[in-house]
Design a protein. Structure first.
Length: 460
């Protein structure tokens, strides 16, 4: 009985140990598991190489990967700048359905209007209830999200009113404002936003809308503009004489070069390409703002708890070269304005020469100090040697001379020297004690005669 209980106890203990080992292995496996990789699909309305959307995608990737380094990001370019129409739209939807209907993504990010329009119309069959963050949608109407869940984004709304106010402040004589734009859907949306801003300033100037012209026509009309005119440019592309599309920045460069009047804009990617500046929309920061919302969603926040539409982060930005070209004083610009292409100050411009001069001067000062130090050491050595020699001479003199000075009281009879009031000392002993002289004894002839010749000594 005792042996049977002992065997049963041993089996139970063994079973518990095995269960414990399994549990420990499961926990360790859970701890060592790789972090879950989030998968994000970016639907880009345009094509790779288009500056505006490339900047937005760069801001998205940079912000997402900084916060969630393991995120897998795939970009799908829809190429709507170069293609359009119902047939093209249908083929885009078919392609997205073919490529992604069976794939899982944790979040969809869209850039610009075309991509969001596709998502808005076909999201359930393409991506189900996958959360969506949009950016680059021009002057977004928040009512479009009514009744929709799982969608938030950043409104790409240009600050045309602020830019127009800047124009009238910097160019008080302005009486004519010309708009150069494309006639695409995006161009029409931007023109509607511009018209709202212009309506508030219709008493200050006339507004002309040049839309959809060929590049040579834009240039020809621009050359004819008179003082008192200002151009506002927001064409995303322009067609040349053959009907081929010229990029926004290339068309701007050629128009601005021909223009006798200042050109302002609405987007940062045109800065440095011919516009003076304005309150500009920076699409890289725009994409970064959208990615910040995406990170919050990927980390578990509810999409519907976030603000449905966030305003665009626009800033006052200017090109120094254009400011100088049209004689615009920097002191008239808004506080905290960003100015690109500003030449460095005198110190920075001549930093190499100044650093070289300072280095030479320091080297000369160091060499002079070294020479002075060497000379000082030589002089000190000479003085030291002279002092040592003088000291040796004095010591030799002192070793030979020791002088008694003052009046020495001596007994007139016995010739003893008085040491103090009661004490007397033999002359020889006193002199030997107070000098280095030594005495030897002898007898002079006079004393010999007086003491040994039998003659009587002389009386004192």
């Amino acid at each position: 009985m005792e042996r049977r209980m002992t065997g049963t106890w041993f089996l139970n203990r063994l079973l518990h140990m095995m269960i414990g080992v399994c549990l420990l292995g499961w926990v360790a496996g859970a701890d060592c598991a790789e972090p879950v990789r989030k998968k994000v699909l970016v639907l880009n309305s345009y094509h790779s190489g288009y500056k505006g959307s490339d900047d937005a995608v760069a801001g998205i990737k940079e912000t997402l990967l900084r916060a969630l380094p393991e995120t897998e990001i795939q970009v799908e370019y829809l190429d709507s700048k170069n293609n359009s129409g119902k047939e093209f739209d249908a083929k885009v939807v078919d392609l997205l359905r073919f490529k992604y209907q069976q794939r899982h993504f944790d979040l969809i990010l869209s850039t610009d209007d075309y991509a969001f329009n596709v998502i808005e119309a076909h999201r359930p069959q393409l991506f189900g209830a996958t959360p969506v963050v949009f950016c680059g949608t021009n002057s977004f109407d928040g009512s479009r999200l009514a009744g929709k869940r799982g969608i938030v984004g950043i409104d790409e709304r240009p600050s045309f009113k602020a830019t127009l106010d800047l124009i009238f402040a910097l160019h008080p004589a302005t009486r004519n404002i010309v708009v150069i734009r494309d006639d695409s859907v995006t161009g029409q949306l931007n023109e509607m936003e511009f018209r709202k801003a212009a309506a508030q300033l219709k008493d200050k100037a006339t507004f002309s809308d040049w839309a959809g012209l060929r590049l040579d026509q834009f240039i020809s009309r621009t050359r004819e503009l008179k003082p008192g005119s200002v151009i506002v440019y927001f064409a995303s592309f322009v067609q040349d004489g053959n009907g081929d599309r010229v990029s926004s920045n290339e068309a701007l460069r050629r128009i601005s070069s021909a223009s006798p009047v200042p050109v302002y804009g609405g987007w940062e990617f045109n800065l440095g390409k011919g516009i003076v500046g304005g309150r500009l929309l920076n699409l890289r920061e725009h994409g970064a703002a959208a990615a910040t919302l995406a990170v919050r969603v990927l980390r578990g926040e509810s999409v519907d708890a976030l603000p449905p539409v966030t305003p665009s982060p626009n800033k006052d930005m200017f090109d120094y070269n254009e400011l100088r070209r049209f004689g615009i004083a920097q002191g008239k610009l808004p506080a905290d304005s960003i100015i690109i292409n500003r030449p460095p100050g005198y110190v920075y411009s001549h930093r190499v020469e100044m650093l070289s001069t300072i280095s030479v001067l320091l080297l000369l000062a160091l060499a002079t100090s070294f020479v002075k130090l060497v000379n000082s050491r030589k002089h000190l050595q000479v003085h030291r040697d002279a002092l040592v020699q003088r000291n040796e001479e004095l010591e030799q003199a002192l070793s030979k001379v020791k002088v008694l000075e003052g009046i020495i009281p001596v007994c007139m009879y016995c010739k003893k020297v008085r040491k103090d009031e009661r004490s007397w000392q033999q002359m020889e002993s006193y002199i030997s004690q107070h000098t280095e002289a030594q005495f030897s004894h002898g007898i002079c002839p006079t004393c010999f005669d007086d003491n040994f010749s039998g003659k009587k000594p002389k009386q004192l």
